[in-house]
Write a protein that binds this ligand. Structure first.
Ligand code: ATP
Ligand code: LTN
Length: 328
C-alpha cells in the first residue's frame, strides 16, 4: 500500500529550541518509517520579518544539519530548502486569489506578530497562504506541527476545499497532527508565553546548541510557584506543568507516572531530573551536529531534495493553473 505523505517545515530564524524539537521534529523522527516524509526549511517564510542577509543561508544550513542530528534519516525523508523550488511562491499566488482578507485577518500569529512591529510587511499577512502552498503542492496528508500552527493548517484545508469545489478535485485535504505530550512548551522565565526561537530573553529558552551547563542552569532557575507539589495544573501552576511537559516528552512517561515518581520530592530534585534528560538529549544531538555541518553529504541531500520536489511540484502547479483557466 502507498504510504501517506507527512510534511512539515521550520523557519531558519535562530537555533531551534526544545519547543521546536518536541512540537515538530520529534514527531517527524518518530513517524518517519510509517510515512513518506517531506521536511524543509521555510526560508521564504522567515523573511516576513526582517532577516540579516549574511546570516540567512548560514542559519538555513545549520537547521538542515540539526534535522539530521536530531535523527531525521535522509533515506526516509525528502529534505529541501523552500526557496530553491520556485513552485511554492508560484502556487501561493494562485491560492492568494482564492483566499479572503477576512479569514487571513483572523490568524492569531498575524495578530500577535504585527503588534510587535511598527511597520510590518504584506508577506506577514499572506504568510498562511504560502504555507498552504507548501502543503498542497505535495498531496500532503499529515502535517505535524505545534499547536500554534494548527490554525494555519486549518486555513490550508479551507483553501483546498474551496479550490476543489470551484475548479474540480485538485488538492488532497491535509490534517494537522499535534503531538500528544507537551503540545506547547512554554518559556522558562515566563511560563505563560510560548518558548520561541526569536525570544528576546535567552534565559527562558533552551536551544538545542546551548552549552550543556548553561542549559542545566536555565532549567534549575525556571520560574515555579510557592507551593511544593509536583502536580500538572497548567492554569494555576504553569511553571511546574511546563517542566512536567518537557519531562514526559523526553522520557515518554505519562503525567500520572511523573506525579507518582515525584510525589515526595521537592522542586529542586525534580528540576535536576529534568535537567538530566535535557543534557542527555543535547549531548547526543550536538555531537552529531558537528560531524554533519561541514560534510559534503549535506549538499548532496539538498540537491536531491530540490530536484525531486521541483519535479513533483511542477506537475501540481500546472494542474492548478490550467484548472483556473491559464492555457493558450
Ligand atoms: P519564531 O520565534 O521565529 O516564530 P518558533 O520558535 O515559533 O519561531 P517556528 O519555526 O515558527 O518556531 O516553528 C517550527 C515548529 O515548531 C512549528 O511546528 C511550531 O508549531 C513548533 N513549535 C514552535 N515553538 C513551539 C513550542 N514552544 N512548543 C511546541 N512546539 C513549538
Ligand atoms: N509556519 C510554520 C513553518 C511552515 C510550515 C509549512 C509548517 C512553513 N510552511 C508547511 C508545516 C507545513 C512555522 O512557523 N512553524
Amino acid at each position: 500500500m502507498k504510504k501517506q505523505r507527512m510534511l512539515t517545515g521550520l523557519q531558519p530564524t535562530g537555533v531551534i529550541t526544545l519547543g521546536n524539537y518536541i512540537g515538530a521534529i520529534k514527531q517527524m523522527v518518530e513517524n518517519q518509517d510509517q510515512y513518506d516524509s517531506f521536511l524543509f526549511v521555510a526560508d521564504l517564510h522567515s523573511i516576513t520579518i526582517p532577516q540579516d542577509k549574511e546570516e540567512l543561508s548560514k542559519k538555513t544550513r545549520s537547521l538542515i544539519a540539526l534535522y539530521l542530528a536530531c535523527g531525521i534519516d535522509p533515506k526516509k525523508n525528502t529534505i529541501y530548502i523552500q526557496s530553491e523550488n520556485p513552485y511554492h511562491a508560484n502556487l501561493s499566488w494562485l491560492l492568494e486569489c482564492n483566499a479572503y482578507f477576512g479569514e487571513m485577518s483572523r490568524m492569531h500569529q498575524f495578530k500577535e506578530k504585527s503588534k510587535k512591529h511598527e511597520n510590518f510587511t504584506v508577506g506577514l499577512f499572506t504568510y498562511p497562504v504560502l504555507m498552504a502552498a507548501d502543503i498542497l503542492l505535495y498531496d500532503t496528508n499529515i502535517v505535524p506541527v505545534g499547536i500554534d500552527q494548527k490554525q494555519h493548517v486549518e486555513i490550508a484545508r479551507d483553501i483546498a476545499i474551496r479550490f476543489n469545489k470551484k475548479y474540480g478535485d485538485t488538492f488532497v485535504i491535509p490534517e494537522p497532527k499535534i503531538s500528544e505530550s507537551g503540545t506547547k512548551i512554554m518559556d522558562l522565565v515566563n511560563p505563560t508565553q510560548k518558548m520561541s526561537k526569536s525570544a528576546e530573553n535567552e534565559k527562558g529558552v533552551i536551544r538545542i546548541l546551548d552549552d550543556i551547563k548553561v542549559a542545566r542552569k536555565k532549567i534549575m532557575s525556571a520560574t515555579t510557584d510557592s507551593e511544593m507539589v509536583i502536580k500538572y495544573d497548567p492554569e494555576n501552576k504553569p511553571g511546574i506543568s511546563n517542566l512536567i511537559n518537557i519531562y514526559i516528552s523526553l522520557t515518554d512517561k505519562t503525567v500520572e507516572e511523573v506525579e507518582e515518581e515525584f510525589k515526595d520530592s521537592n522542586y529542586g530534585t525534580f528540576k535536576k531530573k529534568v535537567a538530566d534528560e535535557v543534557e542527555k538529549l543535547l549531548t547526543t544531538i550536538q555531537t552529531k551536529y558537528q560531524e554533519i555541518l561541514n560534510s559534503e553529504e549535506l549538499d548532496k541531500i539538498l540537491d536531491e531534495g530540490r530536484d525531486k520536489t521541483i519535479e513533483i511540484a511542477k506537475i501540481k502547479y500546472q494542474e492548478a493553473k490550467e484548472k483556473m483557466g491559464f492555457h493558450r
